[in-house]
Design a protein around this ligand. Structure first.
Ligand code: BMP
Length: 226
């Protein structure tokens, strides 16, 4: 199976259900999983997710980047569990006590895997978030979350996260394609999966675009490991 997580972020004018169904249909065989966020969920509603992804054989990750008090994040996770979601992404910066500890407990209870954002792919991540990178990774380890998000656009961050986490955490790396990182480059620095959105989903031929990215990813990974 490929190491690509497909980010399904429909552009504002897309005919939403058709847009989602077509891409799930074309890409399901090749993607490792699908990731949905606010651009999709705000328009379809969480109640439509189960039906829209019913033809998919792959896990669905809800990337709502939760950043709230624990009890309220727990409500959101309950709604996501009803929708058949497998993993939920929240921000690390809200901290553990009264926030992530509650979220992680509720997620475990419902069989949803928690993932924390420890660094982001845009330049402003260095202004605040990245200053706490090692604390975020240590907290992720203490909370025994399933994975973390770290940027393909700053590979040194991925290497640092892998160094701090050892083999304990899955690393998901956004920034490949539309944001400029090359396929395979994050995996070569220790990521487990690369998140790719617009380079595939906005292509006139999404399946062909994903095949090309997987080909490039595998080629670069073979090179860096040889
Ligand atoms: P794209 O390949 O189209 O740039 O999409 C990247 C995806 O990863 C988007 O869904 C975005 O919300 C997400 N993402 C990101 O780009 N940077 C981050 O630091 C964290 C993200 O979740």
């Amino acid at each position: 199976m490929s190491k690509v997580v497909i980010a399904l972020d429909p552009p504002p004018k897309a005919e939403i259900e058709k847009w989602v169904r077509e891409r799930v249909d074309y890409l399901d065989e090749l993607a490792s999983s699908f990731k949905v966020g606010l651009p999709l969920v705000l328009r379809t509603g969480v109640h439509r997710l189960r039906d829209l992804f019913s033809v998919s054989s792959k896990p669905l990750i809800a990337d709502l980047k939760l950043a709230d008090i624990g009890d309220i994040m727990a409500y959101v996770v309950e709604a996501l569990a009803d929708a058949g979601v497998s993993a939920v992404i929240s921000h690390a910066f809200v901290g553990r006590r009264g926030a992530l500890d509650v979220l992680v407990r509720k997620s475990e209870e419902l069989g949803i895997k928690p993932v924390l954002v420890v660094s982001m792919s845009h330049p402003g991540s260095t202004e605040f978030i990245d200053k706490h990178l090692s604390e975020f990774v240590n907290m992720a380890l203490e909370l025994r979350v399933w994975g973390v998000v770290a940027p393909a656009t700053r590979r040194e961050v991925i290497s640092r996260v892998r160094e701090l986490a050892g083999s304990e955490l899955r690393i998901f790396s956004p920034g490949v394609g539309a944001q400029g990182a090359e396929p395979g480059s994050a995996i070569c620095c220790g990521a487990d999966y690369e998140i790719v959105g617009r380079a595939v989903t906005n292509s006139p031929n999404p399946r062909e675009a994903l095949e090309r990215i997987i080909y490039e990813q595998e080629r670069r990974v073979r090179e860096c490991r040889s």
